[in-house]
Design a protein around this ligand. Structure first.
Ligand SMILES: [Zn+2]
Length: 138
């Protein structure tokens, strides 16, 4: 069963973000460190995305909706979303992921429309893991 990927607007994402079962995946590369990011988004840079895809699936366990974005969501965002959808089709494992979206106009559009931007510093040596997902006891 091929999963379809749809676009979602920034306003739609903002209202969806109140649900606990959604994960936002930022596939920008270095820009994330100086341009800020969407609060709580996970960082899976497009250049290493394919290698990290099983880590990503582990990290989003329990989420049923994934929203991908890059700077403009024209190339990297949709490409990574498609890679994930293809991967899910291949493994045929029940990951619980049933909706895959791409954020329209990407991070730039999000920021330009005045949506909240987080500028916390991700832990640099845990690339791909947002600080808030690291439990203090580990
Ligand atoms: Zn942050």
């Amino acid at each position: 069963m091929a999963r379809s990927i749809s676009y979602i607007s920034g306003s739609q994402l903002l209202s969806l973000k109140r649900r606990p079962n959604i994960a936002v995946i930022d596939v920008r590369d270095d820009e994330r460190s100086y341009d800020g990011h969407i609060t709580g988004s996970l960082h899976y840079p497009s250049d290493s995305f394919t290698d990290k895809i099983s880590d990503l699936i582990q990290e989003v366990r329990g989420k049923d909706t994934l929203v991908f974005h890059c700077a403009l969501s024209q190339v990297r965002g949709p490409t990574c979303a498609k890679r994930l959808a293809n991967y899910l089709d291949e493994v045929k494992e029940d990951t619980g992921i049933n909706s895959i979206f791409v954020l329209e106009r990407g991070f730039k559009g999000w920021e330009a429309s005045g949506k909240p931007v987080c500028r916390c510093t991700d832990v640099p040596f845990f690339s791909g893991i947002h600080w808030s997902s690291i439990s203090p006891s580990s």
